[in-house]
Design a protein around this ligand. Structure first.
Ligand code: ADP
Ligand code: ZN
Length: 686
């Protein structure tokens, strides 16, 4: 973390440097600043922050420029009888041809895997003939891949132009909330701002919530900007990740697109950060180092003195409140771009209309109509598996997880019962564990919905997209590709499908079982639910054909739905902010949640009791302490869980207290039996 000429630690206790891995420091002073800031703000050990900030190969002690083996065609190959080889060993000939084209630089194994899978046996043959040789070299910082820009800038509409002008007002720090309805052309606005910054020779970092969203965005970026961004996300192999990191660090990559952890990527010429879909929860890490990449993006931009753009159709109340306080600039895109009109929303009362297997008659009718006119349908249900509950028809016993306070979900494709909280899994049986009578699945998950739709619309091409159906590498990309091309008539899926995608033919969205968040226990349930409904609705009618959204609810009179129908997200968020102000929840106060988990219930509570006593003894008016109480899910993966919530209107009080508490808890013997953590600005109170 730094250099020093002396130390307070006695010489005998200092360790020798074991090895020097790199000639130059990988992280600049500014990068180290971000690491220190993260460690301080989240009250987390700095070593773990460094680990989170580095690609795993560097963490394991690899050099930034690892040695790679390169394969080249040898001298002999130039004067070789190629035709004869092509006849006898066509694979060898193909490999040799590729190597000859590559010239003296040759190819490494990764490149050859791409060009000619199973090239190794052909390689052996060529080596034996003396036609191919290999040498070792250091992996260089690759130059950024330039491609041809194939599509010209769109002519921005009036709102987009105003937004761009506002974003261009400064190259210094400023946080800009680009609050644009779905399909309003936010991406177009980013693109043109990105172009400005690239022209100045600076780098741009774009954070996206999920890797599933990257292919579409990357395609659009490269078509327009004429360069392939360096990608950083969890789906990459370790070496690909290191290579991308290296191009960002060296400055060779001008544009970096990545998920959460990409916020730590060193970029010395960084001139702009964009956080797309700012409201998305996946920007917050929910375990270990519980950081928010969005919040760190803002902190980083401030320290670097560069602008940060936060884009969303459903901004978080935190960001909206900053805009009200004028600390951030609020930029609105109130209408859809191009010729697209906003989708029409309609509620379907599932109590008064007939519903068969989860699909109401009006929804079925709309699906039929849409299929007849060659439109595409998306059915949204935020629950994977076949059914959320397995119940015995005779004794009423419900299959539960042995290690969690939760029910087991029925998965019919794999014939399993699975716990979505701890991952426990067992074979699905027809008989009740308790009485031996017949059990039956209760309620709907995406698998069941898929079956229902197949049964009712046998001629339609149906595709389910959820985390189960997209486990295999490439499955997600393939599924999205078929959705985008219009090959699929009906898409069934979870949250995964609702985010940021652009499916040109999609005109009907059906929201099944929309009431899930209506009576949630978390103070953010309403905000979350509004975001997910608006986001999924926003997939409908993004091109010339108008979109229609049907929402099935058992509570059409509920205030939430009425507000959504009349005032949309704006009205909902205004109301929610007013409520939070009265009830003193964030963004009007700041929270930290201390969690503990132990095999014994009393152990989980004891440590938090000690923390609580300390806070009582050092009472501070600016601090409110709630708990310790059992966590909403009191037992998970065999551990009892408890929590203590700290709430303060004043950030500095909260952080001072957390600093003291961390020391006390770390040194207390009661901590030994407990897993505990501090979550600053928690997004979930579970
Ligand atoms: P958002 O990111 O706000 O959801 P996009 O940037 O994806 O919206 O734009 C939605 C659609 O509108 C895209 O098909 C895009 O090409 C199109 N679009 C955006 N801006 C314009 C414009 N100025 N003129 C014509 N079409 C536009
Ligand atoms: Zn479980």
């Amino acid at each position: 973390m730094g250099y020093s000429n002396g130390s307070d630690v006695p010489l005998s206790k200092l360790k020798r440097c074991a090895e020097v891995l790199d000639d130059m420091p990988l992280l600049s002073e500014k990068d180290l600043w971000l690491i220190r800031f993260t460690s301080d703000y989240y009250h987390h050990p700095i070593g773990e922050v460094v680990a989170a900030a580095l690609p795993s190969l560097l963490r394991q002690g690899r050099s930034l420029h690892p040695a790679v083996e390169k394969y080249v065609a040898s001298e002999l190959a130039n004067s070789f009888d190629f035709t004869a080889l092509a006849k006898r060993a066509p694979k060898q000939a193909k490999l040799l041809e590729a190597l000859l084209k590559a010239g003296g630089g040759g190819f490494d194994a990764n490149q050859l895997n791409e060009i000619l899978p199973k090239w190794r046996s052909a390689g052996k043959g060529l080596m034996a003939k003396g036609l191919m040789s290999s040498f070792e070299c250091h992996a260089d910082t690759f130059d950024e891949q330039l491609v041809c820009a194939t599509s010209p800038d769109l002519i921005l509409n009036e709102h987009q132009q105003d937004a761009l002008t506002a974003l261009r007002c400064s190259d210094q720090f400023g946080a800009y909330l680009l609050d644009g309805v779905t399909g309003s052309g936010k991406t177009e606005v980013y693109l043109q701002r990105v172009q400005d910054v690239l022209k100045q020779g600076k780098q741009v970092l774009i954070l996206v919530p999920e890797i599933g969203l990257t292919p579409q965005l990357v395609a659009r970026l490269s078509e327009r900007l004429g360069l392939c961004p360096a990608l950083l996300h969890s789906g990459l192999s370790d070496s690909a990740r290191l290579a991308a990191w290296r191009t960002a660090q060296s400055g060779a990559a001008h544009l970096v697109v990545g998920t959460r952890s990409a916020i730590f990527t060193p970029m010395n010429k960084l001139g702009l950060i964009i956080v797309d879909e700012e409201h998305d929860q996946s920007f917050k890490q929910q375990e270990g180092l519980r950081y928010s990449a969005r919040d760190l993006a803002i902190a980083r931009a401030k320290h670097w003195d560069i602008p940060v753009i936060l884009g969303s159709a459903t901004p978080t109340l935190e960001m909206l409140q900053h805009c009200r306080n004028s600390t951030y600039k609020h930029i609105l895109l109130p209408a859809r771009a191009g010729g697209a009109s906003p989708p029409t929303l309609r509620l379907i009362d599932t109590v008064r209309t007939p519903v068969t297997d989860g699909i109401s008659e009006p929804l079925a009718e709309a699906i039929r109509r849409t299929l007849d006119t060659e439109g595409q349908v998306l059915i949204f249900l935020n629950r994977r598996g076949f059914a959320p509950t397995l119940i015995c028809s005779t004794c009423g016993h419900i299959a539960g997880c042995e290690r969690c306070d939760s029910r087991l979900t029925v998965h019919s494709r794999s014939r399993q019962l699975r716990c979505h909280h701890c991952g426990a899994c067992r074979t699905l049986k027809e008989q009740c564990d308790e009485c031996g009578e017949v059990v039956r699945p209760l309620g709907e998950g995406t698998e069941r919905l898929e079956d229902t739709l197949k049964h009712r619309f046998p001629n339609a091409a149906i595709k389910r997209i959820d985390s189960d159906s997209t486990q295999h590498k490439g499955a997600m990309d393939a599924a999205l590709q078929s959705a985008t091309s219009g090959e699929v008539d009906i898409l069934v899926g979870t949250q995964m499908l609702s985010k940021g995608h652009h499916f040109p033919a999609l005109t009907l969205v059906g929201v099944v079982n929309a009431d899930q968040g209506l009576f949630g226990t978390d103070f953010r349930s309403g905000e979350r639910m509004a975001q997910s409904i608006i986001q999924v609705a926003g997939r409908a009618g993004r091109e010339d054909r108008p979109g229609e959204v049907l929402i099935q609810t058992a509570f059409p009179e509920n205030k939430f739905w009425r507000t959504l129908m009349t005032g949309g997200y704006r009205q909902l968020s205004d109301n929610a902010l007013a409520e939070r102000e009265i009830t003193r929840w964030p963004p009007f106060t700041r929270l930290a949640l201390i969690r503990s988990a132990a095999h014994q219930h009393s152990d989980a509570h004891r440590l938090l009791g000690i923390a609580k006593r300390y806070l009582d003894d050092n009472a501070d008016n600016a601090l409110r302490v709630l708990g310790p109480v059992d966590a909403p899910m009191a037992r998970k993966a065999g551990r009892y869980r408890a929590q203590l919530l700290l709430q303060s209107s004043d950030r500095s009080t909260l952080h001072r207290v957390l600093k003291e508490l961390r020391l006390i808890m770390e040194s207390d013997p009661a901590a030994r039996k407990v897993r505990w953590s501090i979550d600053v600005d928690p997004v979930e109170l579970f």
